[in-house]
Design a protein around this ligand. Structure first.
Ligand SMILES: [Zn+2]
Length: 558
């Protein structure tokens, strides 16, 4: 296939195509209509000039052989109907390669028909429409199809005039800028029955930004799809892509995903900031009693360190803050991620790409051939990745990885379920962190309330933890917090360091409850209790912790 966008680029460079027409051409192409028809209408050039230009940039012959001898056996391959429909003429055949004169080399249908249905290799040359018609008449002995320009300019911008596009673009850019200002992590464009709702995710909560009139639904979506090079015409299947913008001097990667819903397509943008500054583990909320053992794990030359939690629980941030502490001058540190979320000087970062089949497992094997000391694996999702990762840890590498489980003990059962050998876990696993993100409260205006000790007694993991007498509540706001008492987030953590007893349980493939109570017995403070203590210290409020308390039936086993 020839890249149609390449032609548009070249035409833009020649100043014969403006931006609006370029976007409209992409829309025409995405809808499967003839782009040659479109260009003939919009360009100041005539057909011979356009085709000569295409012939030049794609090194494709322009068929002009007046003495050409018709080969009627070619009719078997492509009959008059197909020829007229696809605007192609079969010229000759060599082996399984068919030489075809075409009006529109970008026609997807052409390629599908010739290469997949006829199972032939196509060699294309361009042909002028008048030559096409005369050759067609000679080959099929019937009157040639006429070339009618497409009647309606359907362009993927319903009811949108070209001059309006600029305005839409400004409005959309404004939304992105405001989201970036407010430190949003995601932007949701949600089609409602008679409106478009835009919400930002800030500090983990979805907050309404603005409602827009219904007409913006399709316009914003089309624009976002063009930026991220998605198919505008495809509105029934989910798609994903990305684009970059520099907003307020900061370069931001936008990950784009679309989802067809009842009232239109929903688009979610995830913002990835390139120059995001990294916090220390302490700033993330690791308290002294957890920080010290965790940092000693970082000083070991090999082993496996896992960070667990659900999506958006801050796992990557913790992993990167840990990497930041390592000696990046003398160690070879390599990461493999999907997507790369932070940029850290002195380390090498690799992006997983499913479309190019660069999976975690394959990437990891490639990394291992490059003499790494420390490896960070964005996420262990499958058995293959898990096995390569644990082998790497066993053979003298320090390996960091994240895992999608709800708590530290759950990571062990999850890996065993994936098929990782118990001895691999016991011989490599240095520590497992599990975490959640909670909102911070302004300590200057926070109020306090007395704690319900009977309620808390039920959740106390071990008798040696003291039950707090009081908890912070959200205050009214004060000048110190500029009257936003809940601002920013911190982590609540638990750290499981397997001991001999734990090793035995792993070898026996013990249950989740057994692993969990053994970890607590051995000194692991569950992350929800870390949260309870933080609420008592007015770092957060108790309502932020309630959702993370274990279900009652589960606590019975603790
Ligand atoms: Zn305050």
């Amino acid at each position: 296939m020839f890249s149609f966008r390449y032609l548009l680029q070249k035409l833009r460079a020649r100043n014969v195509l403006n931006e609006e027409d370029e976007l409209a051409a992409i829309a025409v192409y995405d809808q499967g209509e003839s782009v040659i028809d479109f260009l003939l209408q919009r360009l100041p050039w005539k057909e011979p000039e356009i085709k000569a230009f295409m012939s030049l940039i794609y090194s494709m012959e322009l068929f002009q052989d007046r003495e050409f001898l018709i080969d009627r056996t070619m009719l078997h391959w492509i009959d008059a109907g197909l020829s007229a429909k696809l605007r192609i003429l079969p010229l000759s055949m060599k082996g399984n390669q068919i030489r075809i004169a075409v009006d529109d080399p970008f026609s997807v249908l052409l390629w599908q028909t010739v290469e997949y249905e006829l199972n032939l290799k196509a060699e294309l040359c361009l042909i002028l429409r008048t030559d096409f018609q005369s050759l067609y008449r000679q080959l099929y002995n019937c009157s040639a199809p006429t070339f009618k320009p497409i009647s309606t300019m359907s362009t993927g911008y319903p009811d949108l005039l070209p001059w309006q596009i600029e305005q839409e673009q400004d409005e959309l850019l404004q939304i992105l800028e405001q989201a970036s200002d407010k430190k949003a992590t995601d932007i949701h464009f949600e089609p409602l029955e008679h409106a478009l709702r835009v919400r930002f995710r800030i500090d983990g909560n979805l907050i309404l930004h603005r409602m827009f009139e219904e007409t913006k639904k399709a316009n914003f979506v089309s624009r976002l799809k063009i930026w991220s090079e998605l198919n505008i015409a495809q509105q029934r299947l989910p798609q994903d892509g990305q684009f970059q913008k520099t907003l307020n001097d900061e370069q931001i990667d936008f990950r784009v995903s679309t989802l067809p819903l009842l009232y239109g397509e929903k688009v979610v943008l995830r913002l990835l900031r390139k120059n995001q500054s990294l916090s220390s583990l302490e700033q993330l909320g690791m308290t002294e009693n957890l920080l010290r053992p965790f940092e000693s794990l970082l000083r070991q030359p090999h082993g496996m360190i896992l960070v667990c939690g659900p999506t958006a629980s801050g796992k990557t941030t913790t992993l990167y803050s840990a990497l930041q502490q390592l000696d990046r001058e003398s160690l070879n540190i390599v990461t493999i991620e999907d997507p790369v979320e932070f940029h850290l000087a002195g380390i090498q970062q690799m992006q997983v790409n499913d479309k190019l089949h660069a999976t975690f497992a394959k990437g990891l094997r490639a990394i291992l051939r490059q003499d790494p000391d420390v490896i960070l694996i964005g996420e262990i999702r499958d058995r293959e990745t898990a096995e390569v990762a644990f082998q790497a840890a066993l053979t003298g590498h320090l390996v960091f990885a994240s895992l999608h489980t709800s708590d530290a003990a759950g990571a062990i059962t999850r890996l065993l379920d994936m098929g990782v050998e118990p001895f691999l876990l016991t011989s490599t696993l240095s520590g497992i962190v599990s975490q959640r993100l909670i909102r911070k409260v302004c300590p200057y205006c926070a109020k306090f309330e007395f704690a319900d000790s009977r309620f808390l007694e039920h959740y106390r993991p071990h008798s040696h933890y003291e039950i707090p007498h009081r908890f912070a509540q959200v205050g009214e706001g004060c000048p110190k917090c500029q009257f936003h008492p809940l601002q920013g987030r911190m982590g609540i953590f638990e750290l499981l360091i397997p001991d001999a007893k734990m090793h035995k349980l792993i070898m026996n493939k013990a249950s989740l409850q057994e692993l969990r109570s053994s970890a607590i017995e051995n000194g692991m403070k569950p992350f929800y209790w870390d949260g309870i203590e933080k609420a008592a210290l007015a770092q957060t409020v108790i309502s932020e912790i309630i959702p993370y308390l274990p279900r009652r039936d589960a606590t019975d086993c603790l």
